[in-house]
Structure formats: structure tokens, C-alpha cells
Write a protein that binds this ligand. Structure first.
Ligand code: ZN
Length: 423
């Protein structure tokens, strides 16, 4: 069994499993060297050099954890100007706030209890707890902490560590709930994170986390969810092992639609508590889908190669035929897709984003495609538009049509298709 410090990663190549330290890591897919996907370049930066990092997917043959095998220094990944605001899409906002309601439904706490969110972004999730009468505390490393504080969600700016956990307990008491959405798969100091959460929680306190779910990633060929922030791609079997090794029990889990398919897990403080029926059913489903054997991953890698060829061929053909094409939306995952498929500005001259998006006026990392105000898309009405937030394609296209977009829509995944009208 690992102590909490043993599973903390140092920046650089990862040689042992991030959960069980095994060196039996099976290679799955090499996405080449990639720029950091949430570091769009300014017009000045795009004229200078850019650092690229290896991006490879591997699987632990012992505990089953699927993971990447290079850890980028978090100070570079989650820089102070990190451009992501969780409140930005309505769907995401609703899903995040549902976390609080579901937690309280399953593990009722007194209404003035404390809820802490780690990696709290603009405070969207904590607004859900606040509405239920909880005291709330956010922890956020980037400048987005200011946005949260301005809208009344008390947020500490900084990287979560044991000192911060102790300070919160000393000043605000122990927490009935600690949440960490996505950040749970992102942090390189996983041991410190879990140790700190253990310190924060009351004796029966519950840690709720949401992450991309490996079952969905394989089922819908989401190779574009692989990027340096995502160190681990969780499934329940290795998670149960992780929690047990760090003094928790995985007690419940449910699939949720966030980010094209996620898993919300509930881990209660204290070892040896039983799995819920949901957990038992999902574990059986994971085995059935082949998550703990090589075949499913060989197929994933083959399908990703085929998908890349198809998307690139389509864009090359459209360019050669003189058609106009633009991109819609620039989520972090777009960087992996654009890089892996070799999509440069000659194939995709610009990507349209909402005017409120902090990426507007910058260039995509690695591929250097200008990110512009979506007004240009509506003015120019290109013949084709490649939707990069394809996991929300239906909602986005409905809104874009309502605002007057006439372009044919190229949906890149799970399989390349071109659609007119609604999706
Ligand atoms: Zn392992």
C-alpha cells in the first residue's frame, strides 16, 4: 500500500502507475508532442518559439488505471491566466449545481454544514450548495478566483495543500462535503489531494468527484479528451483500490452527461464500507466492455487513426474544391484534435468563439489557428463549419441556427459526418 506522498508525481516522464506504482504499463496510443491545450498564444507569442510535450496513453496492467505517461509542471498548466470559466455554458452550469443536490439527497447533512470545492473555478458548483443553505469555501489556483469572490462565493486563491486544508478546518470547521470536479483527474499531487480531503472531512464526510469516464471515452472514441491536464482516465476498479489505499471507501457512483460522458463518484471517509448497487453494476459493465484487457484499447487506437485520416481528407478535399470552412468553439480538447489530425490554418482559417470567451484574439496552441469573435462566422457564413465542442453539438447547433448560421456542420466524432439543419 502506498503512503500519500508516494503517489505524488514530479514533473517529467511517468514510469510507474499513478495509483499502484506498478511498472507494468501497456502502451495504447501516441498522440505525438503537443503544446499545452489551454495555453492559447497571443499575437506576440505566436511569432516566437513554443514548447511541446510528449502525449501518450498507457494502461496499468496491475490495477487497470488508464493514464498518460508524462507529467507537465502544474505551474505551467494552470497558469494564472488559465482561460476557462465553468459558468460559461448553461448545460455545464446546471450539471455542476446538480452535484450539490445529489450529494445532499444521498448523504444528508445539516443545512449550515460546510462544503468545500477544490479547483472551484468561478464558483458555479458551490452556488448549488449555497442555495441549499450550506456554508461554502472555494479553492482555486488561477485568477478566476476573483470572479468567484466578486459574485459572493468565498474563494481562496492558491494550490490546495495540507496547510490550506488545516487552515480551513481551523477557521471554518470540518466539511460534510468536499468536491473536486475534473481536478481529481488533473492533479499531479494526488496523494496530497486525498490526504488534504481526508483532513477536511468530518468522520462520515463524503468526497464527491466528477471526471471523464473511461467507458464513455472508449465508447465514443474521445481521443480528444487526452491532453496534459488529464493525467488519469478513471474507471471504478482502480478508483476503489485508490480510495482504500488512502483511507476512504468508494460507496456510490453514477454516470452523468458532462463533457461527453462522466462519472460522479462518492467516497466516504473510513475504509471498509460496502459498494452500493450502482457501483457493483458499473464494475460488471466495465468488465463486460473489456476495460481490463488489451483488445478494447487496440481497437480504440486503430479507430482513432482511421478517424484522423477521414477528418483530414475531408478538410483537404474541401480546401482543394475552394469551399469555405471555419471552426465553431475552442474547448481545451480542440487542441488535441487539431494537432493529431494535422489541421493547420490553410484547412481551417479561423475558429469562432463567443465574444465573452477569454481565448478570442489568440491562436490555438500548436496549430496556430486564429480564435475570433463569432460575429465573423455569422457575417461570412462559410459553407462548412467544424464543430469542436462536438460533445455538445446538438445544443450548440440549435443555438447557432437560431442566431442565423446557415453553414453545413462537420461533426468530427464519434465518426466524421456532415449535417445540414439541426443535428
Ligand atoms: Zn496501477
Amino acid at each position: 500500500m502506498s503512503t500519500f506522498d508516494a503517489i505524488n508525481l514530479r514533473p517529467g516522464p511517468i514510469t510507474g502507475c499513478q495509483i499502484c506504482l506498478s511498472s507494468h504499463l501497456e502502451f495504447i496510443l501516441d498522440l505525438g508532442h503537443n503544446a499545452l491545450c489551454d495555453s492559447p498564444l497571443t499575437p506576440e507569442q505566436v511569432r516566437g518559439p513554443e514548447t511541446l510535450y510528449p502525449l501518450r496513453l498507457v494502461r496499468c496492467m496491475d490495477c487497470g488505471l488508464v493514464q498518460i505517461d508524462y507529467s507537465v509542471d502544474p505551474a505551467l498548466l494552470f497558469h494564472p491566466d488559465y482561460p476557462y470559466l465553468s459558468g460559461i455554458t448553461e448545460t455545464l452550469k446546471r450539471n455542476l449545481q446538480a452535484t450539490a443536490e445529489r450529494g445532499q439527497e444521498k448523504f444528508p447533512a445539516s443545512r449550515d454544514a460546510l462544503a468545500v470545492d477544490i479547483g472551484s473555478n468561478d464558483g458555479t458548483l458551490l452556488e448549488g450548495f449555497k442555495k441549499l443553505g450550506f456554508r461554502v469555501r472555494g479553492v482555486e489556483a488561477t485568477n478566476i478566483a476573483r470572479v468567484a469572490n466578486e459574485k459572493g462565493i468565498p474563494t481562496t486563491q492558491g494550490f490546495f495543500n495540507l496547510n490550506m486544508a488545516q487552515r480551513i478546518v481551523d477557521t471554518e470547521g470540518a466539511a460534510a462535503f468536499v468536491t473536486a470536479t475534473n481536478v481529481f483527474a488533473h492533479v499531479n499531487h494526488l496523494g496530497t489531494l486525498l490526504r488534504g480531503i481526508h483532513m477536511l472531512l468530518t468522520e462520515n464526510g463524503v468526497f464527491i468527484s466528477e471526471s471523464h469516464y473511461l467507458l464513455d471515452i472508449l465508447a465514443t472514441l474521445q481521443y480528444d479528451s487526452i491532453y496534459h491536464e488529464h493525467l488519469r482516465f478513471y474507471s471504478l476498479k482502480p478508483l476503489a483500490k485508490l480510495f482504500d489505499s488512502q483511507g476512504f471507501s468508494l460507496v456510490d457512483a453514477e454516470r452523468i452527461p458532462n463533457y461527453g460522458g462522466s462519472i460522479r463518484i462518492y467516497a466516504q471517509k473510513g475504509r471498509g464500507r460496502p459498494f452500493s448497487e450502482n457501483v457493483r453494476n458499473l464494475l460488471a459493465e466495465e468488465e463486460k466492455a473489456g476495460l481490463y484487457a488489451s483488445g478494447a484499447y487496440q481497437k480504440f487506437a486503430r479507430d482513432a487513426q482511421t478517424s484522423r485520416q477521414k477528418l483530414r481528407s475531408l478538410l483537404v478535399r474541401l480546401r482543394d474544391e475552394g469551399k469555405t470552412v471555419a471552426g465553431i468553439g475552442c474547448p481545451g480538447r480542440a487542441a488535441t484534435l487539431l494537432t493529431w489530425c494535422g489541421i493547420s490554418p490553410d484547412l481551417l482559417p479561423y475558429i469562432a468563439e463567443q465574444s465573452t470567451c477569454l481565448k478570442v484574439g489568440k491562436f490555438t496552441p500548436g496549430t496556430h489557428i486564429p480564435i475570433v469573435d463569432e460575429k465573423r462566422l455569422f457575417d461570412e457564413q462559410p459553407e462548412y463549419a467544424l464543430i469542436l465542442s462536438w460533445h455538445y453539438a446538438r445544443d450548440i447547433v440549435r443555438k447557432m441556427r437560431a442566431k442565423g448560421l446557415r453553414s453545413k456542420i462537420i461533426v468530427p466524432l464519434p465518426s466524421v459526418r456532415v449535417a445540414e439543419g439541426e443535428l
